[in-house]
Write a protein that binds this ligand. Sequence first.
Ligand code: OKP
Ligand code: ZN
Length: 352
Amino acid sequence: MKIIHNPLHALHQGREEMFRGRMVACHEVPARQDFVLAALQQRGFGRLEAPHGQEIDIDAAIARVHDQGYIQFLAKAWDDWVAMDPANAQRDALPSVWPLPSRHGFRTDGALLNFAARLGRYSFDAGSPLMQGTWAATHMGATCAVNAARAVLAGERAACALTRPPGHHAGPDFFGGYCFLNNGAIAAQALRDGGHAKVAVLDIDYHHGNGTQTIFYDRPDVFTVSLHGDPATEYPFFLGHADETGTGLGQGYNLNLPLPRGTAFNTWRLALDQALSAITHYAPTALVVPFGLDTFKDDPISGFTLDSEDYTTIGQALAGLGLPTVFTFEGGYAVEAVGTNAVNLLEGFGAH
Ligand code: OKP
Ligand code: ZN
């Protein structure tokens, strides 16, 4: 398995996120990727590679799943933030006002001349700080995702985009949940554009992949499946329910398998089997797995109780689909265990 790791990930390093009325230290820290890389090296698993690619190709691949206005917003966000007030250079950008889609008169179409308005227009939470290095780190992450898809298109059994910030909460025109560009969606689209007529995305992060679902919701050519904490009680709350099955031509091509907080591996595993059967029935020729390790029992912000050895079992089960597979690294906040658990998953999958 090729592991394409983001050399610029640490340029994205948030200070604090909003949590229950106060600012708390960010959970999504650079050490997460460092622990995975160290565990891979220590166990001798995977062929590590730095990403490469023409900027122009990567920008085209990003533009296949994200809106142009959003991409331009992200690329310029830091400069615009500092232009508001030179003192802003000392702080991360966080939104504090949002347009509500259902309220008549809330405008998002005109020129939003104040950056605070644009920051709200293109986001859905106040937990995703944006800083000077966010765009460089995130853009290089998308490069990793495109490289991983191309490795699989060139005949690799599997490839992994080992990158942060994560991607599965980022939608066509929004960031949130620590995510800015949707690496899994970019990889899935690159597989489509490389000739795979049907691609499945199986998101096994604790949190629903609301960005990925939104990107592909009206399309039958990418089947999106997500196993996650029930949004009735778990973030991101407003999407990820079982009755969201797709729309228009995409009707029937989104599957959500929400599970209650507290779910243990035996139950999680039954939902995985259901997801795998649905994917087999769809009969794709390639698979993307946005994988979070925040289903782990000691994760500080999540509520399932998986154990380290369970990730090996999951990797083996995923390999059973027999599909060329791109992995994208998503959540997991029990930082030291994230390395072991990620490598258990990838090694369980195999494909040395
Ligand atoms: C990103 B990924 C919970 C706060 C939730 C956002 C969580 C984003 C998770 N106390 N804040 O899916 O792992
Ligand atoms: Zn998560």
